[in-house]
Design a protein around this ligand. Structure first.
Ligand code: BGC
Length: 395
């Protein structure tokens, strides 16, 4: 079913796995709040060879990862040679293993010096990002098979500037909108800049797509709420970035049953609690609904006619059995979409390793590979083997 050109992989992000990212805004913030801190994470910074060897052994032919900007540029305009050399080793190792490289330029964190100057709200963000991007292209452009610009602008902008859960914990609609617009501007700039250097480069934006259904299928108000939710969560970023996509990069986690809700901050939208509806949920209480991925792929294909990569899909598993079933059902959803004519070119499981799940710390386990954080030993979960067999189909 999947040909040789299909990319099977897994995804990580630098801050969540590397450890020791002491120049990042999240690191600063963790010192001020009463939450589990990232610390050494899962020491991927030192153990990347071992981790990539596992991905290779699990038949993965592509890997999605990100650079930690703050590590490369710990103070404004100063680039750290040790970090530059480190990522050369990282990319060389993936190359040596013939694993294709999907690089995310920014995955939620910023250098602390930039956050102190307003971060995504700073009108000079384009200049700052441009300087960083110049370095990335000069140093690493040759290695990259596929470019991913900014991870999930909607999630970052809502969590950090609308709901106030993430640094800098702002709750303001105008500031949220400003940040989202700046992120879109930076994406559009990156898209053009990379194409100037590599005209045939593949560039996309990893966006968190929700699958929505009305809570009561016959309710006019609930249908309206679905439309509003879709406009806001699924379409806003795409509208701001219009034709700057060579492919669509789909991150999928959320299936929501939507009704009209009395909360202006949530745009009059209410998401039902799947537990109360007796639906199957993950360890984080998110509904497990792999069929939603198929629906999203079909809808996007109809509307945009662009190739698609599933750049993230996974769950904080309650147990091994649930994770295994999730992987089988999710990859089958992708297969059905392909059979229906959707041009899906790759699938990346989130995540290769257990890692730092932002404000939720290390408790949620998303990894194909379990990590003992005392010894940093790695153990393959049963689902890793299941997924390896699925990846094998192409070989
Ligand atoms: C993010 C990851 C995160 C995952 C699971 C995605 O939205 O890109 O950083 O760990 O969801 O919550």
């Amino acid at each position: 079913m999947f040909g040789n050109r299909f990319f099977w992989g897994s995804a990580t992000s630098a801050y969540q796995v590397e450890g020791g990212n002491i120049w990042s805004d999240w690191y600063e913030w963790e010192k001020m709040v009463d939450l589990e801190s990232c610390g050494r994470a899962v020491d991927h910074y030192n153990l990347f060879r071992q981790d990539f060897a596992l991905a290779y052994k699990l038949n993965q032919n592509a890997h999605r990862l990100s650079l930690e900007w703050a590590r490369l540029e710990p103070s404004p305009g100063f680039f750290n040679q040790e970090a530059i050399d480190h990522y050369h080793q990282v990319f060389s190792e993936l190359r040596r293993l013939k694993i294709k490289i999907f690089l995310t330029l920014n995955h939620f964190t910023l250098p602390a010096w930039l956050a102190r100057q307003g971060g995504w709200e700073n009108y000079k963000i384009l200049d700052f990002f441009g300087r960083y991007l110049q370095l990335v292209i000069k140093e690493y452009g040759q290695y990259i098979d596929c470019w991913l610009t900014i991870n999930e602008p909607m999630i970052l902008a809502t969590e950090a500037y609308l709901f106030g859960h993430w640094p800098p914990q702002v709750k303001s609609s105008p500031r949220f909108m400003k940040v989202l617009q700046n992120m879109a501007k930076v994406h559009n700039f990156i898209y053009d800049y990379i194409h100037k250097h590599y005209p045939i480069a593949q560039v996309g934006l990893p966006h968190n797509y929700f699958s929505f259904v009305p809570l009561r299928s016959n309710s006019f108000l609930d249908q309206k709420a679905v439309k509003r939710a879709d406009d806001f969560w699924n379409r806003l970023v795409l509208n701001l970035t219009q034709d700057k996509h060579d492919f669509l990069a789909v991150n999928y986690y959320f299936h929501q049953r939507v009704s009209f809700g009395f909360n202006w901050r949530r745009d009059w939208i209410k998401f039902a609690d799947p537990k109360k509806l007796h639906k199957e949920v993950s360890a984080l209480g998110w509904e497990v609904y792999p069929e939603g991925l198929e629906q999203i792929l079909l809808n996007l294909n109809q509307e945009y006619k662009l190739p698609i990569y599933v750049t993230e899909n996974g769950l904080a598993a309650q147990n091994d059995e649930q994770q295994k079933r999730f992987i089988i059902n999710s990859t089958q959803a992708v297969k059905r979409a392909r059979l229906a004519g959707v041009q899906v070119l790759g699938y990346f499981y989130w995540s290769l390793l257990d890692n730092f799940e932002w404000d939720k710390g290390f408790k949620p386990k998303f990894g194909l590979v379990e990590v003992n954080r005392n010894t940093m030993e790695r153990y393959l979960r049963p689902a890793a083997k299941e997924y390896a067999a699925i990846c094998q189909e192409r070989i």
